[in-house]
Design a protein around this ligand. Structure first.
Ligand SMILES: C[S@@+](CC[C@H](N)C(=O)[O-])C[C@H]1O[C@@H](n2cnc3c(N)ncnc32)[C@H](O)[C@@H]1O
Length: 479
């Protein structure tokens, strides 16, 4: 991987209340000497509204934006703007950031990003909006306040929540004074962010490239280096226009080895019952990731689900960085072998990507009885709390230790815990024996699915093949 640093690019996202002066900040930043390029969600939405012949105005903008986010993910609009800006590669302003999901997505892209919030007194802002006289702004003060109330808060990450965006912004401007005051505040923030961009860009590029190379070197046997292959397959998905998931760190985590391992695995398609379909495993990785993500969102998203998460054989999984529902957790424990955890810790430090919840890397050898229990206990796991346990792409590596491992795990699981277990069914490892073991250990409501079933398909399973027992899941709850 090249350590050559690209020229630093500063990305400023703008959030803030209506009439606060976001436009004035944009005008100032796009003029000389700053010369930022401006990417506006408003222009993009207006184009769509005109095309669909909807009533122009803020109500339609909100409806269209929420539709796009519901269809293509919480940050669809803002990521489309970011991609345009990134292609050009010059300092950019993205306006305006309106949901928490968008803030997280922009912070997770792995490029220096500053969220700037602009605000002012409510009456002043109303007078400014009316004075401006745009068709979207000819409303009464009461309607203005009502619209603002709707836009200021929402519990869902993909709905407009300006209050939350402003609360988590990196810098805030109160624009109750003159234009000169406003410009002076912008200049101060710009000086700080430009210095930060140069510092972090250089340091991050070099440190992450070094950590990525080390990761590839240290993961030498297939048991461990399979994590590089999975990361690569998630990286491939991330750049597809119709992607089912976005893992912006995956390319770096896959290192130099991930692509070759994945290509070689594809050649085993006949062995796995998919002759002529070398993409079978790449698609399986995407399908299983999406299947698990959907389960986690439904288990944790409500805020009343389990508060601990244990990822067994976590490899280079990045859910703790990328899934906003993890904010509901007290802690996420990621269990793997020392060979994986050591370089993984280095790369996570180098990336310094914000985590959605506290993350503990737990070193354990899951073929050794008691290793999981003692590793988790040292890391602060509370066996009285309901927990989501995930074993994705793991138990096929445990051989004869798989059953004792499942029994040990079951004793750690408090009532109402959930287990999401991916397994490879074959003649020596049958579904009926596995389900009997789990039921005997107190798990109930077992739902079993195979790659290709309706719920484990996402239109990525090639037509003409039968669902495969080699790629199975069971999801169940502890009594
Ligand atoms: C195919 S990777 C899956 C990684 C991750 N779950 C994912 O889906 O991205 C398998 C992972 O299981 C881990 N693993 C295999 N045997 C293990 C053991 N005995 N103890 C701990 N981890 C193990 C490997 O180190 C590797 O990171």
């Amino acid at each position: 991987m090249s350590t050559k640093a690209k020229p630093a690019m500063n990305i400023i996202g703008i959030t803030g209340t209506l009439g606060a002066g976001k436009g004035t900040v944009v005008e100032y930043l796009t003029a000389a000497p700053h010369n930022y390029l401006h990417y506006s969600a408003r222009s993009l939405l207006n184009e769509i509204i005109a095309k669909r012949k909807l009533n122009p105005g803020r109500d339609s903008m909100r409806v269209v934006a929420n539709e796009m986010r519901a269809a293509k993910g919480p940050a669809a609009l803002i990521l489309a703007l970011f991609e345009k800006a990134d292609k050009v590669g010059k300092n950019a302003i993205i306006e305006s950031v309106r949901t928490e999901g968008e803030v997280i997505a922009l912070r997770n892209i792995g490029k220096p990003f500053t969220l700037l919030a602009v605000d002012a007194n409510q009456r002043t802002r109303y007078d400014r909006a009316i004075g401006r006289g745009s068709s979207t702004d000819k409303i009464s003060f009461e309607k203005f306040c009502e619209q603002e109330r709707v836009e200021m808060s929402s519990k869902k990450a993909h709905e407009q929540n300006l209050g939350r965006c402003m609360a988590i912004a990196d810098a805030k401007i109160m624009n109750d004074g003159t234009v000169e005051d406003l410009r002076a505040q912008v200049d101060k923030i710009l000086a700080k962010t430009t210095a930060k961009v140069l510092r972090t860009q250089n340091a991050t590029t070099i440190a992450t490239a070094e950590a990525s190379a080390k990761l590839s070197d240290k993961l030498s046997n297939f048991t461990n280096s399979s994590a590089l292959m999975i990361a690569h397959e998630r990286a491939l998905e991330t750049v597809r226009p119709d992607s089912l998931l976005r893992d912006p760190w995956a390319r770096l985590l896959a290192g130099d080895k991930g692509p070759k391992l994945s290509e070689d695995f594809g050649k085993k398609c006949t062995l796995f019952g998919f002759p002529g379909w070398p993409e079978f495993h790449k698609q399986w990785t995407v399908v299983r990731t999406k299947f698990i993500d959907d389960h986690l969102v439904s288990l944790l998203g409500s805020g009343s689900g389990p508060r601990q998460f244990v990822n067994l054989g976590a490899g280079l999984d990045t859910r703790v960085l990328r899934l906003p529902c993890f904010r509901e957790l007290d802690r996420a424990f990621e269990v793997d072998m020392q060979a994986v955890n050591e370089p993984k810790r280095e790369i996570l430090d180098a990336l310094s990507a914000p985590k959605q919840c506290p993350q503990e890397l737990v070193t354990a050898n899951l073929t050794v009885e008691g290793s999981l229990t003692s590793g988790l206990a040292k890391a602060g796991f509370d066996s009285r709390k309901a927990t989501v346990f995930l074993a994705e792409g793991l138990i096929m590596y445990l051989g004869a230790a798989a059953n004792p491992f499942l029994r040990e795990l079951s004793t750690l699981a408090a009532p109402s815990s959930t287990l999401i277990l991916n397994f490879l069914e074959h003649d020596g490892f049958s579904k009926s024996e596995l389900t009997a073991l789990l039921e005997g250990a107190g798990w109930q409501g077992l739902q079993c699915n195979q790659y290709g079933d309706k719920v484990l398909n996402y239109k990525r399973f090639k037509a003409g093949f039968k669902p495969s027992r080699a790629f199975s899941f069971v999801v169940c709850t502890k009594q």
